[in-house]
Design a protein. Sequence first.
Length: 295
Amino acid sequence: MVGRHEWPETGIEGFERGYATVDGVRLHYVSGGRADGEVILLFAGFPQSWYAWRKILPILGARYRIIAPDLPGQGDSDRPISGCDTMNIAKIARGLVQKLGVDRHFLVAHDIGAWVAYPYAALYGSSVRGLAILDTGIPGISLPDALPWSSDVAWRTWHVAFHNVPDLPEALIEGRERTYLNWFLQRKAANPQVFSDADFEEYLRVFLYSGLKGGLAYYRAVSLSAQQNRELSAKGKLEMPVLAVRADQGSMRDLVAQLQKIATNVRGTAIASCGHYLAEEQPDALARELQGFFN
């Protein structure tokens, strides 16, 4: 297993890791690509890290400067167990962007990374050139307060409620982290073979780092995040272009309609032969869609 401070062997030339502290939270990030290119900010989801973007970094990096942070609670960043409502996390992410000397940029976000991306875009809209949301529901907007219970859809979202239960997830998952993580990577992917043993070990490494409470903190703040998002959406819709990217075997079949509730300029696309992990299952197809959107 790769040690915490060892660089995973990704073979990504021109990208390096860095650390910055924002509001007392130490953040890890990966950056690189074309130094004079327009900037793309990438937010990953649960139970992942910047590593979710490893296949798409060299593709996008040929034309763009890329910043892929581990948000608080992810990867090699700190694991605060409070202050993980997505508005606060968005403010921390904005602090990182400013420390790196970036103003205007594109934003691509997946899973709980998209939970953060919405308040980020709502708060700092003048800096976001375009927003791409990947196969994700957003609390208070497109993630319902009452989650579905029918068996054909409940398996996609059951963990949102489970992770919100105090202490029980830790008690049940501890010692079974490998089995738990494997369920997500295998069952929510249409192409689970894309995850090599090395990939799994890297995700397990960061999943185990500092225990589970930090990684689950987003879910335990989901009610507050939903309330904040409803208040933000009541102030007006996002005005930057928004791309809704769903997977044909993913979690959000009506993503365009859901995002039209919060944005004036939404267009959608679907990635074929793909489950929830778009950047890993179909990186070339996703890169084409993103480049077409950015241009």
